[in-house]
Design a protein. Structure first.
Length: 265
């Protein structure tokens, strides 16, 4: 899809990691940028860095686990910016504990943020996109949206669920000017493991080696933007870990045996 210079993008999880890198890339492209996350101070820090582009930046703090609040945020954003060309459902929380030790409340919380949060925001914004017959929804899934590894049961489930929902939505809205891109990063060097939840609901607070040695978020953001601009339906981004996606398709039993021993730390 061709985008004019004054196009508008809404990025969730814009306060950190991949979302922050996406935000900075779009600010540098002179787009109108709407930034969401829970921590308004971190969003303000980003807009302060890009003071010269302040008029192009709208802060829309929100908590994606509080679904009832989302329609009002969408109403406020649309009243201010008029239209959203691209929505990037990027915010997410990971997990560092096995399925049996994970209380159901944590499973539900991770689904509420990663899956229902993206669904709720999309449903609130989609009518405005359909009315214009124009809109692109990008979803940051994961390699864990294609496979499941140890200590990621809720996280992998939430990412798999995104594929089901957004593949169906793509089929329903393809004739209505709506494009959908699912991006599946592997290991990206962000704070995701620090912020991941353990069994008691606290943060894991450890930097995993795999992420530390992963792709930098700026390169990941660049590849996500390229996928959106070229209208790709799905893109896998990362290093050797992304071969797991192909193994799952062509040698699933081999992958299953490898994953029994594999710790994604
Ligand atoms: N890093 C990786 O290796 C990797 C790999 C595959 C996929 N991903 C996916 O990429 C996305 C971005 O992750 P990241 O690596 O950039 O992690 P990150 O640095 O921990 O950033 C997560 C972002 O999500 C926001 N967020 C968390 N809970 C939220 C909530 N309840 N409501 C609204 N916003 C919330 C956080 O902001 P606040 O805390 O201020 O709310 C933060 O901006 C996630 O969907 C993640 O699953 C990451």
């Amino acid at each position: 899809m061709k985008y004019a210079a004054n196009s508008t993008v809404w990025i969730t999880g814009a306060s950190s990691g991949i979302g922050k890198a996406l935000a900075e890339a779009y600010i540098k492209k002179d787009w109108q940028v709407i930034l969401s996350a829970r921590d308004e101070n971190k969003l303000t820090e980003i807009s302060n860095i890009y003071n010269h582009a302040r008029d192009n930046i709208t802060l829309a703090p929100l908590d994606l686990s509080k679904h009832d609040t989302i329609p009002e945020v969408v109403k406020t954003v649309l009243a201010k910016v008029g239209k959203v060309d691209v929505l990037i459902n990027n915010a997410g929380v990971s997990q560092r504990c096995d399925a049996i030790s994970t209380p159901l409340e944590i499973d539900k919380y991770i689904m509420n943020v990663n899956y229902f949060g993206a669904v709720a925001l999309t449903k609130a914004l989609l009518p405005a996109m359909l009315a214009r017959k124009r809109g692109h929804i990008a979803v940051i899934s994961s390699v864990q949206g294609k496979i499941g590894t140890r200590n990621r049961s809720a996280y992998a489930a939430s990412k798999h669920a995104l594929h089901g929902f957004f593949d169906s939505l793509r089929a329903e809205t393809a004739g209505e000017g709506i494009f959908i891109t699912l991006a599946c990063p592997g290991w990206i060097k962000t704070d995701i493991s620090l912020n991941a939840l353990v069994a008691d609901g606290s943060k894991y607070d450890i930097r995993d080696n795999r992420q530390e040695k992963g792709l930098n978020p700026e390169t990941c953001a660049k590849r996500i933007i390229r996928a959106i601009e070229s209208g790709k339906e799905e893109v896998i981004i990362g290093g050797w870990e992304t071969y797991a996606v192909w193994l799952k398709r062509f040698a699933p039993r081999l992958l299953s045996r490898l994953l029994r021993r594999f710790e994604a730390k």
